[in-house]
Design a protein around this ligand. Structure first.
Ligand code: 4NP
Length: 159
């Protein structure tokens, strides 16, 4: 598969995008594509820079056999728009923030859930204040599966 790269972006980079990085990374490894798909996550807000994922996000991922505890929150940077092929916002407010930062000629940010069949314009809800980490995990898992399928189809079409 042609190498590609994906950056998941939420607000704090301690709940949704770390779960997305962990879940998608798990699927990519299971598919034997670790050498072809580079994955990272970042946030548009700076409150939690350097911190590990929220314990509730880490516990939820761990229940599904995914360890995200080594991740550390960081801010999105202008350089991300040239270092990543796909910049995927977990909700529309983060998409708007990314669009304000986007560079001409760099990656065009998109909504992560655009990849989920039947979920156009959907937001992954912020579990930070209102619980629901398990349902957010499952929503991200469904989106990540469709994202991987789309990237593989795109790679096959490009051959
Ligand atoms: P996340 O959740 O964007 O999924 O990481 C949040 C984490 C922290 C804050 C907001 C959302 N915060 O306001 O600090």
């Amino acid at each position: 598969m042609t190498p590609t790269s994906v950056l998941f972006v939420c607000l704090g980079n301690i709940c949704r995008s770390p779960m997305a990085e962990g879940i998608f990374g798990h699927m990519v490894r299971e598919a034997g594509l670790s050498q072809s798909i580079r994955i990272d996550s970042a946030g548009t807000g700076d409150w939690h820079i350097g911190e590990p994922p929220d314990p509730r996000a880490a516990e939820t991922a761990a229940r599904h056999g995914i360890d995200i505890r080594a991740q550390r929150a960081r801010l999105v940077t202008p350089g991300d728009f040239t270092r990543f092929d796909h910049i995927l916002a977990m909700d529309r407010s983060n998409l708007a923030a990314l669009r304000r930062m986007a560079l001409a000629g760099g990656a065009r940010p998109r909504l992560f859930l655009d990849y989920l069949d039947g979920a156009e314009d959907g937001d992954v809800p912020d579990p930070y204040r209102v619980g629901g980490f398990e349902s957010v995990f499952r929503l991200i898992e469904a989106g990540a599966a469709d994202l991987l399928r789309a990237l593989r189809e795109h790679a096959a079409d490009a051959q």
